[in-house]
Design a protein around this ligand. Structure first.
Ligand code: NAD
Length: 290
C-alpha cells in the first residue's frame, strides 16, 4: 500500500483518485473546489486542505488544467517542492507544455525528488474505467517505480523518452484527436445536408477504414447534439496551442493542425468553450450556414 497525494480532483483526477482508493492505497486529495473534495470523501479518500498535507506521501500525482497551475502548485511558494521529502516521486499527469515539464523535473531533481510527466488519453470514461493510455517522460527507474500505480489507472502504459517526451507525445495525440473530430463533424454535415440519415451512415464508417475510437464512442452523442463534457473545448484549445508551440520549437510545419486549431478557436469564440470538444460540429455547421 502506498500513500498518494492527488492534487486536482476534477473530471479526470476525481475518478483516478477513486480508482487508487479502490486498489487499496491511501489517497490524500487536494483541490480548490469543495464539490471535488466531497466526491473524494464519498469514494473513500481523505481530503486535505493544503498542498503541504497532500505532499506528506510517497507519491504525489498532479492532475491540473494547464502549465501555470502546475508551476504554481509544484514550484510556487507553499508548493510541492517546498514540502517534499527527498525520494518523493512526483507524477504530473496534466497536459502541459513540454518545456514546463522539463523545468519541473530539473527543479525537482535539485530537491532530490524524482519527477515524471505522464499525460493521459482516454477521456473521462477511460479515467473512470481505469483504462487510460499513459505516455511517460522521465528516467527509466522512476518510471518503473510508478508503474504499479499506472497499472491501476491505465491499460496502455508506455515510457516514451526523457522528461518532456510524454507531453510531446500527448501534443501529437491531441492534434490527431482534434483533426478526427473536425472530419467526423464534416461527415455529419454532409450526410444531413444530403438527406441521408447520419446514424446508419456513421455505423458503416465506424466499421471500415475510417473507423476510430471517436466514431465508436461519440457518433451517437454528436448526431444527438449532446455536448456535455467530457473534455472541454477550452482545454483542447490549450492543447492545440501546446502542439503549435512544440512545432515551432522543432522547426516543422503542421498545416492540418493549424486549421484544426483555428476551428477550435472559433468554437471558443462562439461561446462553446465549456462544451465537449465534439461540439466542433457546431462550428462546421455554422461554416455551411446550418
Ligand atoms: P478539470 O478542470 O475538471 O479539473 C482540474 C481540477 O484542478 C479542478 O477540480 C480544479 O479545481 C483543480 N485546480 C485548479 N487549480 C488548482 C490549484 N491551484 N490547486 C488545487 N486544485 C486546483 O480538468 P480535467 O478535465 O480533469 O483535466 C485535467 C488535465 O487532464 C488537463 O490538463 C486536461 O488537458 C487533461 N486531460 C483531460 C481529459 C478529459 O477528457 N477531461 C482527457 C485527457 C487529459
Amino acid at each position: 500500500m502506498t500513500t498518494i497525494g492527488v492534487i486536482g480532483l476534477g473530471i479526470m483526477g476525481g475518478p483516478m483518485a477513486a480508482n487508487l482508493v479502490t486498489a487499496g492505497h491511501t489517497v490524500l486529495g487536494h483541490d480548490t473546489q469543495q464539490a471535488a473534495a466531497e466526491r473524494l470523501v464519498t469514494a473513500g479518500g481523505k481530503y486535505v486542505d493544503t498542498i503541504a498535507a497532500a505532499t506528506d506521501a510517497d507519491v504525489v500525482i498532479t492532475m491540473l488544467p494547464d502549465s501555470p497551475q502546475v508551476e504554481e502548485v509544484v514550484l510556487g511558494p507553499g508548493g510541492v517542492l517546498e514540502h517534499a521529502r527527498p525520494g518523493l516521486l512526483l507524477v504530473d499527469m496534466s497536459t502541459i507544455r513540454p518545456d514546463t515539464s522539463i523545468a519541473v523535473a530539473a527543479a525537482a531533481a535539485a530537491r532530490g525528488v524524482r519527477a515524471l510527466d505522464a499525460p493521459v488519453s482516454g477521456g473521462e470514461k477511460g479515467a473512470v474505467d481505469g483504462v487510460l493510455s499513459i505516455m511517460v517522460g522521465g528516467d527509466a527507474e522512476a518510471f518503473e517505480a510508478a508503474r504499479p500505480l499506472f497499472e491501476v489507472l491505465g491499460k496502455t502504459i508506455v515510457h516514451v523518452g526523457p522528461s518532456g517526451a510524454g507531453q510531446t507525445v500527448k501534443a501529437a495525440n491531441q492534434l490527431v484527436v482534434g483533426g478526427i473530430y473536425a472530419l467526423v463533424a464534416e461527415a455529419i454535415v454532409l450526410l444531413e445536408a444530403s438527406g441521408v440519415e447520419p446514424g446508419p451512415g456513421l455505423d458503416v464508417l465506424a466499421g471500415g477504414l475510417a473507423g476510430s475510437r471517436i466514431l465508436e464512442l461519440k457518433r451517437e452523442s454528436m448526431v444527438a447534439r449532446q455536448f456535455a463534457p467530457g473534455f472541454r473545448i477550452d482545454l483542447h484549445h490549450k492543447d492545440m496551442g501546446i502542439a503549435l508551440a512544440a512545432a515551432r520549437e522543432a522547426g516543422v510545419a503542421l498545416p492540418m493542425t493549424g486549421l484544426t486549431a483555428q476551428l477550435i478557436a472559433a468554437a471558443r469564440a462562439q461561446g462553446h468553450g465549456s462544451l465537449d470538444h465534439s461540439a466542433l460540429l457546431k462550428v462546421l455547421e455554422t461554416v455551411s450556414g446550418k
